[in-house]
Design a protein around this ligand. Structure first.
Ligand SMILES: Nc1ncnc2c1ncn2[C@@H]1O[C@H](COP(=O)(O)OP(=O)(O)OP(=O)(O)O)[C@@H](O)[C@H]1O
Length: 219
């Protein structure tokens, strides 16, 4: 589904952050992306979401060479990817419910067809009581869960989550992990970037480890 071949990345004239990174992400696979702070996890997530282009190497996303994808084609391809950013990126003037429903609204779906799905997902992530409030009054953990729900609502082919349990307590982190596993069981490939050792210990999953710009993959 996704393939990186000898990918290198540098910002401006800075040092190479990623060097000769090669890996594939298969359909319906589950993997953690780990490595010390500053190792390049977020940069790799941004490459996967096509919001950053590599300095060198080949990236194929959904069987397309990223170098040949033009701006007009990007939204269509990105629709197949759900992302949870570290900074959440919720829209402050929309309620939690509206934020989560937004990707479906943008696709032109009828609210009558998705309303119950959105409410069910909000309840599952523990935001059933918070669906009518605006993001500025949500706690960090609540914002994080809203961002996760928004990324999942379209049942993407690929879910990218950058430190998705960074702001929640351990029981909730376990619950979110179960949600990702269930989503994976239903067919979505999942990539979770995390430092959270306890999270890593809970699932037998492929580990992609970044260190000194290089990626090692442990299946
Ligand atoms: N937009 C940018 N311009 C210049 N340098 C950047 C930019 N974004 C990231 N970097 C640098 O690239 C390196 C990798 O950063 P990145 O955020 O990808 O690491 P990370 O593994 O996600 O870190 P953390 O775990 O702390 O979030 C760091 O040295 C960072 O300073």
């Amino acid at each position: 589904m996704i393939r990186f071949e000898n990918v290198g990345l540098r910002y401006g004239m800075g040092p190479e952050i990623l060097r000769d990174v090669s890996f594939s992400i298969e359909r319906q696979s589950f993997q953690f992306l780990t490595g010390p702070s500053g190792a390049g996890k977020t940069s790799l997530i941004r490459l996967l979401f096509m919001s950053l282009r590599p300095t060198r190497g080949l990236i194929r996303v959904f069987d397309r060479d990223m170098a040949t994808i033009n701006k007009k084609e990007l939204p269509e391809l990105r629709r197949r990817i759900g992302v949870v950013f570290q900074d959440f990126r919720l829209l402050d003037h929309l309620t939690t419910y509206e934020n989560v429903a937004l990707p479906l609204r943008v696709l032109g779906k009828d609210e009558g067809d998705y309303r119950s799905d959105v409410i069910e997902l909000l309840k599952w992530v523990g935001l059933g009581e918070r669906m009518h409030v605006l993001p500025p009054v949500l706690s960090g953990g609540e914002k994080q869960r809203a961002a996760i729900a928004r990324a999942l609502i379209t049942r993407p082919d690929l879910l990218l989550a950058d430190e998705p349990t960074g702001n929640v307590d351990p029981p909730l982190a376990r619950r979110l992990l179960r949600l990702f596993i269930e989503l994976n069981r239903l067919g979505t490939s999942v990539v979770i970037a995390t430092h959270d050792i306890t999270l890593l210990e809970q699932v037998e999953a492929r580990r992609m480890v970044l260190a000194d710009g290089r990626l090692s993959v442990f299946d």
